[in-house]
Design a protein around this ligand. Structure first.
Ligand SMILES: [Zn+2]
Length: 739
């Protein structure tokens, strides 16, 4: 009987057992339940990815039990000697492992019969076949295969079913616990059951996330194969101990070869994973926390690496290759040297880009790579000969890597449907002075379906060559870099708050933007807040850009305000009870994020750790004021006042608020989780109620808002403390304290 026929017989035997079908039935039932009860920020997450991740845990657990039962049974029934003398023991273990994987395939296909039509029906226009396959065939099915290989490996290795079970239970638990180990910054490769898949976009490609899942699955497969091969090579032979069995087993060359190759390649795939770099952790000591999901940096004149040099002009040509996932470019610079002596030129560029050639005043030179700095910046240096002026030309090329230090999320990169390049990934910048009239321009060649948007500057569409469009870019004077976003965007242009606003959103969101009447809402909100508090700090124009969901939040800088796609969803996909004003979707979130332009970006209300003051309270209050006059009092009461009151009631009744002494008895992790949820209530519910109280004591909304306007106008670009707020309004802590 040939090997295949024997395997087929083993699979048939397994599928003929009741236990097998019980395991399959439980796994399928779990998958159906998780699909029906999914949650997430996007439709893809809520109805596909999240269900596959939860099912992966259940599946990994059930297939561990199943594998251990199968491997342990012969031993338990004392039939192992009979079986193993009548058949090749190594082939027997191999067949059994493969048969278990076949059962995993059957299970995954059965689940697909439900999950595929369910996913299509629920996500509708947002359905992406690649997302479905990634979720169920890579995340879920991958977890089953690893559970089989690891369980078999640990069983053969320890020969103890309890020990193998405990190890597996620990490994499954560990994969879940990693999600809370922020401080350790665990590699995304270690999440072997569920992966770090999160916030899949409904609107554009999730290629950057899928890259991570592919590498995760590759690494986990190699490690699992290694453990399995180790188990196989130590599989006990009749009458021999571990070393003797090992030697006999390793007489078959493929076993030690597989073992060594799996160990070597898993180490290799860990060390050379291509998505994250070796950036240094950011120094947050100079940063301000406004407590929002939106990043704010307060700019001050930074010290430059070489103050003797001044940039007077820069231009670049950049070719972005979506299919090859890489870029290449040439940048030309004009420099002045204050001393005319030889200088060292500090160059900053993305960690995975290389400077291929250097020309200084027409002569060849070279750039030397130094240490990696913060935020995916590699430091290079070029030695300049003595001269008063330089013309420098750099050729550079490569792929884009992401910062490894914060939560291992990939948002920068190049793919066929989406490009996001940080400033240091567009062109090398010099760490020197930039003259105020320095001109910055460039040409970007991009796949013709994509449109580029810049954090700084603008581009015009040029000619099309070989399916690629050339965009002519012009930046502002005195600037030497810009980040680039490129996707299939649609644009709506309108005027609000004295600004020309370009709303750039993903093509797939057109219906949602129309349905929620986003343009009218944005216009009304910007007009209202401008009139109430004062103008925004942008000059003339503002680009509002939609980002993919996996960016989770937004930012403002240059003439751009960016928010992720969940803000533009007509409906949020998160279950209502966990909705926070900064996540989910719909009108309320959109207006909340717009209000943050005034409170959080143009001014920076500061969290101080003792009061409830932060950007959130005043943003929630402002959103409520707008909604009251835009939608109506009833809506505002239902969506704001009632929720704030509920938060305040929960807070007051909370056991740990009434008995803070018990907090001391809890572990540090539990304390931070409990205080975290209280902090949310303090910032999002209690502070807005306190502001309402202040409004009453000052005699009405209008008077109060006039004071807030003064606070806003006198603190543009600056932090706003609780004391600043009290001083500007003339309120006291006692007056607005809730009873
Ligand atoms: Zn907020």
């Amino acid at each position: 009987m040939d090997a295949l026929a024997k395997l087929a017989r083993e699979v048939r035997r397994m599928l003929g057992e009741r236990l097998t079908w019980l395991i399959i039935a439980l796994t399928v039932a779990g998958a159906v339940w998780f699909s029906l009860n999914g949650a997430g920020r996007t439709a893809s997450d809520a109805f596909i990815v999240n269900a596959a991740q939860n099912s992966a845990f259940l599946g990994a657990f059930l297939f561990t039990l199943f594998s251990l039962t199968q491997f342990h049974r012969d031993f338990k029934n004392n039939t192992d000697i009979i079986i193993l003398t009548s058949t090749d023991p190594i082939h027997h273990q191999l067949r059994r492992t493969l048969a278990l994987i076949c059962v995993a395939i059957v299970t995954t296909l059965l689940i697909s019969l439900f999950a595929l039509p369910f996913g299509i029906a629920k996500t509708g226009d947002y359905f992406q076949a690649v997302t479905f396959m990634t979720a169920w065939f890579m995340i879920f099915f991958g977890a089953l295969v690893f559970a089989v290989l690891l369980s078999a490996g640990f069983y053969m290795l320890t020969k103890r079913v309890e020990a193998a079970f405990l190890i597996m239970a620990g490994l499954i638990l560990l994969s879940k616990l990693l999600e809370n180990m922020f401080a350790l910054n665990p590699s995304y490769l270690f999440y072997w059951v569920q992966t770090t898949a999160d916030s899949f976009s409904d609107l554009i490609t999730n290629q950057f996330q899928i890259d991570m899942i592919i590498w995760n699955r590759l690494f986990c497969l190699l490690v699992s194969l290694g453990i399995w091969a180790l188990g196989l090579s130590s599989f006990r032979r009749y009458g021999r101990g571990l070393p003797g069995s090992f030697l006999v087993n390793c007489r078959r060359a493929w076993i030690p070869v597989l073992l060594v190759a799996a160990i070597f390649l898993s180490g290799f795939s860990y060390a050379y994973e291509p998505i994250f770099d070796d950036s240094k952790p950011m120094d947050f000591s100079g940063m301000l926390s406004s407590g929002t999901g939106i990043a704010t940096s307060v700019s001050s004149a930074p010290e430059v690496g070489n103050p003797n040099l001044t940039l007077t002009g820069k231009s670049f040509t950049l070719d972005i290759d979506g299919k090859g996932r890489a870029l290449s470019g040439t940048a030309k610079y004009k420099l002045e040297n204050a001393t005319s002596e030889a200088q060292t030129l500090p160059v900053k560029i993305n960690t995975d880009l290389k400077i291929d050639s250097v020309l200084i005043n027409g002569a060849k030179s070279r750039a030397v790579r130094g240490e990696t700095g913060e935020s995916s910046t590699a430091n290079w240096s070029i030695e300049l000969p003595s001269a008063a002026e330089y013309k420098i030309e750099l050729d550079y090329s490569g792929r884009i890597e992401n910062d490894n230090t914060i939560l291992q999320r990939a948002s920068n990169g190049i793919s066929e449907g989406y490009v996001e390049l940080p400033s240091n990934g567009v062109s090398p910048s010099f760490d020197i002075n930039v003259s105020d009239d320095s001109v910055f321009s460039g040409t970007i060649s991009l796949d013709k379906n994509l449109e580029p948007v810049f954090a700084e500057g603008k581009a015009e569409k040029g000619k099309t060559i070989d399916g690629k469009v050339e965009w002519r870019y012009t930046g502002s004077a005195g600037v030497q870099g810009t980040s680039i976003f490129a996707a299939e965007y649609m644009t709506r242009t309108f005027e609000a708050g004295g600004l020309n606003i370009e709303l750039k959103y993903f093509k797939k969101h057109d219906k949602s933007i129309t349905d929620m009447d986003a343009v009218s809402v944005i216009k009304a909100a910007i007009d209202y807040f401008t009139e109430t508090y004062g103008p925004l700090i942008y000059s003339k124009s503002l680009t509002m850009l939609e980002l993919p969901a996996y960016v989770s939040g937004g930012f403002a800088g240059g003439n751009m305000s960016a928010m992720d796609e969940t803000s533009y969803d007509a409906e949020g996909f998160l279950p209502a009870e966990s909705l926070s004003p900064d996540s989910g979707g719909g009108l309320d979130v959109l207006v909340h994020e717009i209000a943050h332009q005034w409170w959080g970006l143009a001014t920076i209300p500061m969290q101080d750790g003792t009061s409830n003051w932060s950007a959130e309270g005043i943003t929630c209050y402002s959103t409520y004021c707008f909604m009251k006059q835009y939608v109506g009092e009833e809506y505002a009461n239902e969506h704001y006042l009632k929720k704030w009151q509920q938060g305040w009631d929960t807070y007051q009744n909370a056991f740990y608020i009434q008995h803070p002494e018990y907090l001391a008895k809890l572990s540090a992790g539990d304390v931070s989780r409990i205080t975290g949820s209280f902090t949310d209530m303090q910032l999002y519910n209690i502070m807005p109620l306190m502001l309402l109280k202040g409004e009453q004591s000052l005699g009405g909304t209008e008077t109060f808002q006039k004071k807030l306007s003064e606070l806003y106008m006198t603190h543009l670009g600056q932090p706003v403390t609780y004391d600043d707020f009290l001083a500007a309004t003339g309120l006291t802590k006692e007056v607005i304290e809730l009873a």
